[in-house]
Design a protein around this ligand. Structure first.
Ligand code: GLN
Length: 290
């Protein structure tokens, strides 16, 4: 079988399994199997695959056909130019979140503080914390998560991206992670920026999501409680104690949640400064201060 035939056959199979962008996915899986960039496939359409390569590809395509996310199969994804390892223990980083991380960086760079501080609330793979650490070399970053497995993955990702010594990792449920005995040496206790992409799907809605999400992202990374807004209520109520004067909170949220979240923060005496749209013009990020 040639490269081109393998792509076509895999793409047909994936399309039948309901996978979106089946051709692109087939190309990415073959590129992964061959250990080369996808574009290189185009220069070698007529190359005949070895038996091992064909067997390897068949396995990968079978997994993707079972709707396992591409990123779980390849083991990583790119986030703001950083390679971030992914696993079943943390949410696969999404492109929308790159924008949140970027806004966080811009704010940290603009603060007057000699060592700006940021807290990534619910760090998952660590994608936001790692971006902040890498792009704001003067800043001190704290990342917390409820899941020890996610935190281990985040630490590994930070090591791989050479920013591990700039991030403090705290295990625990929300701000409690900063108050726990294990976090006693964590400084600072207050932050210029509190940034979060919390779980925001209403519990009952999770079953309606694509298999890639509902069957492979950890439930704890998706589930925002009965109405999906539980974490925003917690953040609005608990974050003020951890915010430095002049600090800001930046949170990502889901489609259609903008008004509800704005109300939650305003009721909590926050000043909502702006609501930013994502690449598809959907309201996505709320920025607020005290
Ligand atoms: N902060 C991580 C991310 O944005 C994890 C988010 C989550 O688990 N809800 O990818």
């Amino acid at each position: 079988m040639t490269v081109l035939e393998a792509i076509q056959k895999s793409a047909d199979f994936l399309a039948k399994k309901g996978v979106e962008s089946a051709r692109l996915q087939a190309e990415l899986l073959l590129a992964h199997q061959l250990g080369q960039p996808r574009m290189k496939l185009y220069l070698n359409f007529d190359r005949v695959l070895t038996a091992d390569e064909t067997d390897g590809l068949r396995e990968l395509v079978k997994r993707r056909g079972n709707r396992e996310p591409l990123q779980h199969i390849t083991g990583s994804t790119s986030f703001q130019g950083h390679e971030i390892g992914v696993s079943r223990h943390a949410l696969v980083p999404r492109p929308e979140t790159e924008l949140l991380a970027e806004l966080g960086c811009e704010f940290l760079r603009a603060t007057q503080a000699p060592t700006p501080t940021a807290l990534d609330f619910g760090t998952g793979t660590g994608c936001i914390a790692i971006t902040l650490a890498a792009k704001c070399p003067g800043a001190s970053i704290t990342a917390l998560d409820l899941s020890p497995d996610a935190l281990a993955l985040a630490r590994q990702n930070a090591l791989k991206n050479l920013v591990a010594e700039r991030i403090q990792f705290c295990l625990g449920d929300g701000f409690c992670a900063l108050k726990s005995a294990a976090a006693i040496n964590v400084s600072p206790r207050q932050f210029d920026l509190i940034i979060s992409n919390p779980p925001y799907i209403a519990s009952a809605e999770i079953e309606t999501l694509e298999p890639e999400v509902k069957d492979f992202d950890p439930r704890a990374a998706l589930d925002g409680g009965p109405d999906g807004l539980g974490f925003y209520r917690r953040l609005a109520a608990e974050a003020p104690e951890f915010l430095r004067p002049g600090g800001k909170i930046m949170v990502e949220f889901g489609d259609g949640q903008a008004d509800a979240i704005k109300t939650i923060f305003e009721n909590g005496k926050w000043i909502v400064e702006s609501i930013q749209e994502d690449y598809s013009q959907r309201a996505r990020i709320l920025i607020a201060s005290r």
